[in-house]
Ligand binder design. Structure first.
Ligand code: GDP
Ligand code: CA
Length: 311
C-alpha cells in the first residue's frame, strides 16, 4: 500500500497529519513544493518542506501555523538593529534548521537527502520528497506590472495586493527526482492536498514529467478542495483565483483538477455543487474537510484512500 500526496504547506501538512494516523506512516509519501523556497541572509529556507516536517513532528506552532512552537525571535531583533532584512521572521530555533540545510547543500548534498536527514531527526516516519533537487522560483506579477518574488508578495506585502500573473522560473529546466516519479506512479491512491492550487500545486505540475505521470493514473487520483464555501480557510488562494479570472468555488477547483483526478472531495457545506461538478466529469465526495481536529484529518485521509483504491 502506498498513499502519495502532492503537497504545499499548511493545508497539506494538516492532511498528512491525518494520513499518518490512518495508515502506516511508512506508506505515506509527500511530494512537496519547492517554488516558495528562498535564500535569506545566505540561508536556504524551504517553507513548505519545513511546515510538513514540523507538523508531522507535532512541533509546529499551533497559533501561527508555521515555524516551531516555543519559539523566540532574538536573532531577528538583532538583525532589525542593523537594518537587515527582518520582514521574513525566522525564529531562533527554526534558524538551526536553515543553518544545517545550508551547510549540507554547500557540501554538495541534494535537497532530497538533506530533507530526509532533517525529517528523520524530528522522528518523522512518512517520506517527504522535494519535487525536484533543482531550484524553482515562483514569481508574481502585481496588478501594477511589477514582478516580485513569492515571499515578497506573500510575506512582505502580506498578500494584500492584486496580482495579474504567476510564473515558475526554472520549472521547465528542473528535473523531478526518480523517487518522486516512483512515488506518483506506484501509489495506490494519489491525493492532491487541499493546498493553494496556484502557488503550491501548479509549480509541482510544471516540473516536466509530473503532470503527465499524474494524468496517466487519473482514475486513482483524488483532489481535496482547499476552497470551502467560496473561501480559503487561510491565505490568498480564493483571491488569487479570482484575480486570475477563475471561480473561487469548488466548481473552479473542479475545473482546474478535472483532467488530473477522477474524484473531488469537497466540504459538506458545498454539497449543493455536487451535480454541477459531476456534470463536468468528476465524482464528488462531500464530507467534513476542516481539519481543526486530528480526527477529521484522519477520516478525510481514509475517505480519500478508499476513493482512489481499485474497487
Ligand atoms: P501554504 O503553502 O502554507 O500557504 O499552504 P498550502 O498551499 O498547503 O495551503 C493553503 C490552502 O490550504 C488554503 O487555500 C486553505 O484554504 C487550505 N487549507 C488549510 N487548512 C485546511 C483544512 O483544514 N481543510 C481544507 N479543506 N483546506 C485547508
Ligand atoms: Ca507555501
Amino acid at each position: 500500500m502506498r498513499h502519495t500526496v502532492l503537497a504545499g504547506g499548511v493545508g497539506a501538512a494538516r492532511y498528512l497529519r491525518g494520513a499518518v494516523e490512518a495508515f502506516d506512516p511508512a506508506d505515506v509519501t509527500a511530494v512537496v513544493n519547492v517554488a516558495d523556497d528562498t535564500t535569506l541572509h545566505g540561508l536556504r529556507v524551504c517553507p513548505d518542506l519545513d511546515t510538513c516536517t514540523y507538523t508531522l513532528a507535532d512541533a509546529i506552532d499551533p497559533q501561527r501555523g508555521w515555524g516551531l512552537a516555543d519559539e523566540s525571535f532574538n536573532a531577528m531583533a538583532v538583525l532589525g538593529r542593523y537594518g537587515g532584512i527582518d520582514w521574513f521572521s525566522l525564529g531562533d530555533r527554526d534558524l538551526g534548521t536553515h543553518l544545517y540545510r545550508t551547510q549540507r547543500l554547500a557540501e554538495g548534498a541534494a535537497l532530497t537527502e538533506v530533507t530526509a536527514e532533517i525529517s528523520a531527526a524530528w522522528g518523522v516516519e512518512a517520506t517527504l520528497l522535494p519535487v525536484s533537487d533543482d531550484t524553482i522560483e515562483t514569481r508574481v506579477t502585481l496588478a501594477g506590472g511589477e514582478e516580485v518574488g513569492f515571499q515578497e508578495y506573500f510575506v512582505r506585502l502580506a498578500h494584500s495586493v492584486e496580482i495579474s500573473a504567476v510564473r515558475f522560473a526554472g520549472a521547465q529546466q528542473a528535473r523531478p527526482t526518480a523517487a518522486v516519479l516512483e512515488a506518483v506512479e506506484s501509489a495506490e491512491t494519489l491525493v492532491i492536498a487541499p493546498s493553494n492550487p496556484i502557488v503550491s500545486i501548479q509549480p509541482l505540475l510544471c516540473v516536466p514529467g509530473i503532470d503527465s505521470a499524474v494524468r496517466a493514473r487519473r482514475a486513482r487520483n483524488v483532489a481535496v478542495s482547499p476552497i470551502i464555501a467560496g473561501q480559503a480557510l487561510k491565505g490568498p488562494a480564493d483571491r488569487m483565483m479570482r484575480e486570475l479570472g477563475e471561480q473561487a468555488t469548488v466548481v473552479g477547483i473542479a475545473r482546474r483538477y478535472q483532467d488530473l483526478a477522477a474524484t473531488l472531495v469537497i466540504d459538506e457545506v458545498d454539497s449543493e455543487f455536487t451535480d454541477e461538478i459531476e456534470d463536468q466529469g468528476m465524482r464528488v465526495i462531500a464530507v467534513p474537510t476542516i481539519m481543526s481536529e486530528p480526527g477529521v484529518a484522519r477520516a478525510l485521509a481514509e475517505a480519500c484512500h478508499q476513493a482512489g483504491a481499485p474497487q
